[in-house]
Design a protein around this ligand. Structure first.
Ligand code: MN3
Length: 206
């Protein structure tokens, strides 16, 4: 069985004070695990999909039987998105991007600060539960996109570079209704080395 909870690449309290320990424990151990459990349940009896990688399952969603397609999208998306999200953060992260992704951000958005502003605006505007993503499109162009629920950006033809979970479960214990405070805090834990790696993988077609 390929669908398993990846361990956090740091301690539960490592992102304090920006992201609190209890939120990380519940978010990782309960919410992420639930997506995996629900994905397995939805695919039970559909052996073809159980033999696939998570990425292959996501790519196959448009062709899936109607009775499982939405459940698989929600939960395969949830599993992928969260697996992608944890390494995007690290203790003593933050600052500014470096390398090729930094150049691409400056080229596309004018400056890192303008990119950050646009990303923040998109994150604040997500209505209800969802994510905001920095992706590349099929031409390799950087783009900021919002996705509802756990909808995977791959189904829109994008490759993810970095993403921010703005579901209330990601911040409510510490920040309650103040999503903008959570977004501002999150920049202090961004792992720019991972963002650069994601960008290099994406543009090289990995
Ligand atoms: Mn989440």
């Amino acid at each position: 069985m390929l669908f398993e909870l990846p361990p956090l690449p740091y301690a539960y309290n490592a992102l304090e004070p920006h992201i609190d320990e209890l939120t990380m424990r519940i978010h990782h151990d309960k919410h992420h695990q639930a997506y995996i459990d629900n994905l397995k349940a939805a695919l039970a009896g559909h052996d073809k999909y159980l033999a696939m990688t998570l990425e292959q399952v996501i790519a196959a969603i448009p062709q899936m039987p109607k009775e499982i397609a939405t459940t698989v999208k929600n939960n395969a998306g949830g599993h992928f998105n969260h697996s992608f999200f944890w390494p995007l953060m690290k203790p003593n992260g933050g600052g500014k991007p470096t390398g090729k992704v930094a150049d691409a951000i400056t080229k596309k958005f004018g400056s890192f600060e303008k990119f950050q502003e646009e990303f923040n605006t998109a994150a604040k505007k997500v209505f209800g539960s969802g994510w905001v993503w920095l992706v590349i499109d099929t031409r390799g162009q950087l783009l900021i996109v919002s996705m509802p629920n756990q909808d995977p950006v791959q189904l829109q033809g994008y490759k993810p570079i970095m993403g921010l979970d703005v579901w209330e479960h990601a911040y409510y214990l510490k920040y309650q209704n103040k999503r903008p405070d959570y977004i501002a805090a999150w920049w202090h834990v961004v792992n720019w080395d991972q963002v650069e790696q994601n960008y290099l993988n994406a543009i090289s077609g990995k």
